[in-house]
Design a protein around this ligand. Structure first.
Ligand code: 8YV
Length: 363
């Protein structure tokens, strides 16, 4: 008898014991190697599949699904889903889901740590020590900027941005934020955060942290002009997406002393790193690991698995994936799903004072 079980593709090796749940319902095609697939490889993998579990290594749009008539759902392991062309996938009738919430606190921890490492020159000092350059204790060795009592600027005040703001209270920081939509007063109070326009944020932040989702509207929004508005003593931390920052402009600012330091977890061409950044001592560079605690990465895969099972119409939440992005395509059995009830972020340009376009929403 022919096997009629739906078939799903798991694009990267992802905790086998967590992914195993998929086998209760589907034939699972697992990929053994970590890495980016070419558009042709993705198209070939999707061609005879009903669903897919993918990561930011897998860009998928109209082309990749053109010959995948059975494909009904793509579960992204990650809160950001700029690897997916959601309008094209929605037009093709494919449910898209992501993994918000489960990574919020872990990612906020890391954003705060990266900001502190940049401000207090932690990795730079360690490299210097390991290089055998510490020959004499000196009062003026590796002087950095303070974090406690400083002004923290947060660009993108979604769940992760709010988590960072709450951490800042322990350091008695003043928190300014900018977001596409201003937060309700009670949330602002809870985060002890004050709304500001982008130019005010740039001018006043001692430490600026980027936590906004990537969309073409925010490409290189932190460019030479934006960096020129920052204090020369300030730090910039990016845990969002590389394309938000013009890396050459950032290298110029860090080389010339226009900016004190930076902490980067994401890069425009990752895993390739701009060689100018690699050559700089005043930038902390990490390999896109902000959500990378073992427990959180497992929770992200578990949520993506749950989403895929539900989106393909089986399991206890059949037809009602917990965190849909294009929710109009995944109405719950009780008719909850009218219109967009998912967590798709609004995207669009940030409003500079001189630019009255709409600001962006957050990660
Ligand atoms: C993920 C991330 O590890 O969730 C995101 O948006 O950037 C990371 O936390 C990554 O997306 C895995 O696909």
């Amino acid at each position: 008898m022919a096997d009629t079980r739906p078939r799903v593709w798991v694009s990267q090796p992802l905790f086998g014991d967590v992914v195993a749940r998929l086998r209760e319902h589907f034939d699972v095609v697992e990929t053994a190697r970590v890495g980016k697939h070419s558009p042709d490889e993705i198209a070939a993998a999707l061609a005879d599949c009903d669903g897919a579990l993918v990561t930011l290594n897998d860009p998928i749009g109209a082309l990749e699904v053109a010959n995948a008539p059975r494909l009904r759902a793509i579960a992204n392991v990650g809160v950001g889903y700029n690897n997916l062309d959601v309008p094209a996938l929605t037009a093709a009738g494919i449910v898209v889901t992501n993994t918000p919430d489960v990574l919020t606190e872990t990612t906020a921890d890391f954003g705060f740590a990266l900001m502190m490492a940049a401000a207090r020159r932690i990795t730079e000092a360690e490299r210097w020590l390991r290089d055998g350059q510490w020959r004499q204790w000196s009062f003026e060795t590796m002087l950095g900027g303070d974090v406690h009592g400083a002004t923290l600027g947060i660009l993108g005040m979604g769940r992760i941005g709010q988590g960072i703001a709450r951490r800042a209270a322990g350091f008695r920081m003043r928190v300014l934020y900018h977001n596409r939509s201003r937060l309700p007063a009670d949330v602002e109070r809870d985060c002890n955060a004050t709304y500001a326009d982008v130019d005010t944020l740039l001018a006043h932040a001692d430490h600026l942290v980027l936590v906004l989702p990537y969309s073409p509207g925010v490409h290189h929004i932190v460019d030479a002009a934006a960096l020129a508005k920052m204090k020369p003593t300030a730090t910039l931390t990016n845990i969002a997406r590389g394309g938000i920052v013009d890396e050459d402009a950032l290298a110029d600012a860090l080389e010339s002393g226009r900016l004190a330091a930076a902490g980067l977890d994401v890069y425009e061409g990752e895993p390739a790193i701009n060689p100018r950044l690699l050559a700089l001592r005043n930038v902390v560079l990490t390999p896109h690991i902000a959500s990378g605690s073992l427990a959180t990465r497992r929770a992200m895969v578990a949520l993506a698995v749950e989403n895929l099972i539900a989106a393909l119409g089986v399991g206890p939440r059949a037809g009602d994936p917990p965190t849909p992005v294009n929710a109009a395509l995944s109405p719950s059995p009780n008719e909850r799903g009218v219109g967009m009830r998912g967590n798709e972020v609004e995207t669009g340009p940030i409003a500079h004072d001189t630019d009255r376009r709409k600001p962006t929403a957050s990660k």
